[in-house]
Design a binder for this molecule. Structure first.
Ligand SMILES: [Zn+2]
Ligand SMILES: [Zn+2]
Length: 126
C-alpha cells in the first residue's frame, strides 16, 4: 500500500527526516530531541550531508545485527553516521566539539557512533 511507504516521511529538522532514524525491519522509531539537535549542529559545522546508517533499533533487529543488549540505539539516544569526503579523525574532532557523551570510532568501517547517554562520557575505538 502506497500510504505505508510514506510512514515516518516527516521532516523533523532542517537536514533530517524521521524515516532516516527508523528501524529497518519494522519502521518503529524512537529519537531523543537532544540527539537530533547535536546532529544538526554537526551538520552545520562540517557543511556536508550526514548519513544516518543506523538510528533506532528494535530489540529483534538489534539482536540480529549483533548489537550489545543495552545499546543506546534501542532507546533512541544513538546514531551511527557516515559523511563523504571528510577524514574520520576530522569528523571525530567535530563530534567532540559538540560534546556527544558517547563516541565510538570505527576506523575500518569508516563510521562514527554518536550518542547522548545521560551518564558520564564514554569513548571507544574499533
Ligand atoms: Zn525493527
Ligand atoms: Zn552505534
Amino acid at each position: 500500500m502506497q500510504m505505508l511507504n510514506e510512514i515516518n516521511n516527516v521532516v523533523i529538522s532542517p537536514h533530517f527526516n524521521l524515516s532516516e532514524f527508523s528501524c529497518p525491519c519494522c519502521k518503529k522509531v524512537m529519537l531523543h530531541p537532544l540527539l537530533l539537535e547535536k546532529l544538526e549542529k554537526l551538520r552545520k559545522i562540517i557543511e556536508r550531508p550526514v548519513y544516518i546508517t543506523s538510528g533506532y533499533r528494535c530489540p529483534g533487529y538489534n539482536h540480529q545485527i549483533g548489537g550489545v543488549t543495552n545499546s543506546y540505539h534501542r532507546i533512541g539516544l544513538a546514531a551511527d553516521i557516515k559523511v563523504k569526503d571528510i577524514n574520520l579523525i576530522e569528523l571525530l574532532g567535530c563530534a567532540e566539539e559538540i560534546d556527544f557523551t558517547g563516541i565510538g570510532f570505527y576506523e575500518k568501517k569508516n563510521f562514527l557512533h554518536l550518542d547522548v547517554r545521560p551518564t558520564k562520557g564514554s569513548r571507544w575505538r574499533e
